[in-house]
Write a protein that binds this ligand. Sequence first.
Ligand code: FES
Length: 514
Amino acid sequence: MTRHVSLELLPLGRTLFVPPGASLREVLFEAGVEFPCGGRGRCRGCRVRVLAGDLPMTGDDRRLLDGAELAAGWRLACRAEARNDLKLELAQWEARILADDRTFEFTPAPGLGIAIDLGTTTIVGQLVDQSTGNVLAVESALNTQARHGADLMSRVEFGSARGGGETLTALIRGQLEQLIEKLLETQPCRRGELRQVVLVGNTVMHHLFCGFSVEALGHTPFESRSVGLQILRPGEVGWPLSEEVTLRFLPCLGGFVGSDILAGILATGLHEAERLTALLDLGTNGEIVVGNRDGLLCASTAAGPAFEGARISRGMRAASGAISAVRLVGDKIECQVLGQTDPRGICGSGLVDAAACGLDLGRIQPNGRLQGGADWELVPSVALTQTDIRELQLAKGAIAAGLRLLASQLGASLEDLDRVHLSGAFGNYINRASARRIGLLQAPLDRIVPAGNTALLGAKLALLAPPDTDFTYAALQQRIRHVCLHEDPAFQETYVDEMGFPVRTPERCHHAMR
Ligand code: FES
């Protein structure tokens, strides 16, 4: 019998038994640990600390981790193998996943339906009773494709290589099959009543699920022709469901702007709004929609991963141990940490707050320079560096420039926006006053509204809509024009302008914790 070695994972409280020499990347990925650069040894996002046992130092450890970290036992999991029993502390914790539970009007129909928001990082599915509109079960998971890269471009790069596309397609179809099975297991007497599955996701997820090539999305003009509504039968994707079940992947809008944003438009009613309205989905790829019932413009900007805590020296996702909020108390800062634990890093919402406080305190200059050029220690274990501030400026500058340009193409300014909906997890947790203070959002505070998981809500609306609604999507798709920001000569100039921080905003006297 093969002897196994044990891997005790803290603070998850789980112990895995794996064959000696097993790749930590493989086994930890199964335990929910993410590998942001796809395990290429580029990002530090997979750090583990050896509390017991031995994990030899590699060249990549020495390149990406500093002396103090190495001495403290930190190693890159993607470069390591389990050769003896190990007790490891993970730098990542389980993430908060945003689901939607709002009510809405619907057309009753018999049977069950499943709405799925297929995200680059997370997947959320809801089992819905189509006769009542009630959600019967919710399942969420981290996208298993992430082992081949955390961001869209890594996924496109892998998917464009020989055999890569087939691998990613098989992974996502297999994972969704399991997710659907888990949802149906909650209703054992009704599993035969499943009628349809509606999926939404960005263009890359759409292509990979449907089995289309992502090659065209890897180079300019980043456009693919296979963006329409896809109607499939379970057999076509290898799912053992009745062939009576219909699968619909809603259409993409152009470039990287996918049906998750179309669903967001449906969920927020942007296409029916009388006044000028915007929808922002803030992530690695910031998606922006501006318009009203007379027409809509959409675009995506490569905002970089700062809002997700990536490429920030002490950055982490919004999970236990993350500084998620920072406020000023007099001339001192006070940090709020997720979970009952010591601060380990900072997530996107904390970063935006910290920058806002830094500007108010004069620790950060409007041009982004840190006072005296030294790192700014928020708490003894977490400091912001000059590079961190630059990453934030790049991210917020891209979003702010995109929003301004789309509004100007409609002959409007940001002051003309009647409402700005913030979708997704980050939009839900961000302090709007801080976002305004750093110039990420420049609309008045009372017009900025967190909108939750609009992609999932839109998918559910599609599930419960009358049968001829597919025509409506096509009509709606025609009314939304995709703008390639990188082809707009004004974009670079506006981007550079928007990278600076506002000198001050009159309404901001203090921060309030959310
Ligand atoms: S260094 Fe990026 S996943 Fe390990």
